[in-house]
Design a protein around this ligand. Sequence first.
Ligand SMILES: Cc1ncc(COP(=O)(O)O)c(C=O)c1O
Length: 371
Amino acid sequence: MADLPIIIPDVHFDEVESDLRTVFASGQLTSGPFGTEFERAVAEFVGVGEAVATTSATTALHLALAALDVGSGDEVLLSDFTFPATANVVVQTGATPVFVDSSPNDFSMDPECLRSLVSGRTRVVMPVDPFGQPADHAAIGAIAAEAGASVIVDAACSLGGERDAIRCGAHGLMGCFSFHPRKVVTCGEGGMVMTADPDLAGRLRTLRNHGSVRAGGPGLSFVEPGFNYRLGEVPAVMALSQVRRLDEILTDRRRTASLYDERLTGTEGLTVPRPPDRTEWSYQSYVVVLDDYLDRDRVIRDMAEERIGTTIGTYACHQHPAYSRWGYVDGDLPNSARFAGQALTLPLVPGMTLEQVERVVETLRRVLRTG
Ligand SMILES: Cc1ncc(COP(=O)(O)O)c(C=O)c1O
């Protein structure tokens, strides 16, 4: 068991106790005032008008696609290098997922590859901000606009990131956050759709609540078949408590990341990705790329023997059986495949000490030298 895991959720019972007592006393456990306050706080932080809290990023992304009536006959062009939830929601709508490669030196969607895949059926472009590293949203947005497609950003990891003076979550028509325990803010399971469009936000809220609207009387009117993707009040209290100190959380993660950057840059056998100009990363994870001669999975095992948690970056979706019916073969998306094989996530825990960073770095250097 690792004594230094890849992440420790930054949650504190003392911080939520009083608000939890309020929720328990009120009996209002499903969506309520804490959820509304949570939405308002995230919208204010991101600088976008509307926020619709959901039960996860997966349901946020599904809701976003449903609000655009994406379905059979449509193509959704999405990042291949991602957690497969991004692809699954596309498949659930009946649309066709078209996987876009990463840039050679950047985990996120390659705009040139995107351009080459646009077709008359392209309805939505879905770039991911991997590990809190914002994609090149200016380039991607321009290509999508030319194609007449909408952009839904999978911003699951990027709350707190920024590119070209726009905070993550505010790029594209909609941006979707996750509040899973491996994210910068967590409430166990939770998500949120951000948008500047109030009409779209109205549709998202209707679809989130079974497709219902208030009818004037005691009941509801069901105007279309919807979902129950509402976030409950207990998770809303948890997430809100962290959003209130989000600047502090981000400063701490960036401090640790810069300690890693200083110590790891130039290390033989690995590359340390760095933010491009006009970009801030949220550092949901700190991820390096090992050279091809190294066996990444062996490195993970050797680090575990030293009780240091490390893991893969994320997945190359096209390599997985769930998507085999679309006929991808080895070599189709080479950059994503290389990152899936060679990316390595290092521990980044709240208040990480210099000694902890140096222990990871020294151990990693030793492990890399042996093979
Ligand atoms: C890029 C990306 N998209 C979507 C998800 C799914 O998030 P959730 O667990 O909140 O549904 C994740 C979670 O790991 C993710 O990393």
